[in-house]
Design a protein around this ligand. Sequence first.
Ligand SMILES: [Zn+2]
Ligand SMILES: [Zn+2]
Length: 336
Amino acid sequence: MASSFRAFLVNDLFGDPALYVALPWERRALLFDLGDITALSAGRLLKITDVFVSHAHLDHFVGFDQLLRVLLGRPKGLRLYGPPGFLDRVEGKLRGYTWNLVEGYSLTLEVHEVHSDRVVKARFACSEGFFRLDDPAPHPFDGVILDEPQFRVRAVHLDHRIPCLAFALEEPVHLNVDRAALEALGVPVGPWLIDLKRTVRSGAPDEHPIRIVSTQDGRRVERVLPLGVLRREVVRVSPGQKLAYVTDAVNSPENAEKIVKLAWGADLFYCEAGYPERDRDRATSRFHLTAGQAGRLAAEAQARRLVVFHFSPKYRDCPGDLLDEAMAAFGRRLVG
Ligand SMILES: [Zn+2]
Ligand SMILES: [Zn+2]
């Protein structure tokens, strides 16, 4: 089954954490962690609507300025989510620059600071010099930080000597288009299928018209079918995809329980694996996981595929050791 989420790590296994997740049906993208993102094109950066920051260690948050640089001057809203203390971290970054001559700019940052029992929000509008405007009342936190018809994002707090967020991106249902059924109806494939899926996800009624535009012999041909017909004949519904993202965390019973629960049954599990088992004490003293621990957690969570990353530069000449170790502990498919 094709995945709805097109996810890739921005950097190599030793680079800063940043996971880019494109949502093709929405022509938008999510970003998990905000390390060095110089490898991402401006086009890709402009698609980002939501950024989930696990914690504000430099290697997870240094890309903030870069993202801001590209988005500045764009009529856009950007949501950022981070652990306790995050509002001050964002405000501190913004206060590091001079913001005059930006009166006409409409970029607005909506920042969500996720505590164990509540989410505290503030807005920073470019046109107001990114002055911090706090939401008067906190919102209760029930584990879900973003809930949309097409997907939701859950978060848990892990122990990394500081609170660190781990995330799961879940699609309630997965939609496939049956090409043979499409042919039987005499309608062509095309970009209109993206709109069809979006409309199905929105729960629109059967009579909702779907415009099918194609080109035949150089002529633009338009046909309209009711959503109900296409939903019944062409769209196949299966269980949704799930992606989990965990970095950085120490190997403790509390963290393990939370990670296994979060990543349970994930189709794709991104997990940090900074150190080999032979240096487990070093990993523990730095509040990180080993490759073996990552593999065991993924196996316990019954994840389908595991991607290990965030390797310590100390092992630059032997990444195979960490990959092999994670693979052996996981016992299933490891994606390099
Ligand atoms: Zn860290
Ligand atoms: Zn880190």
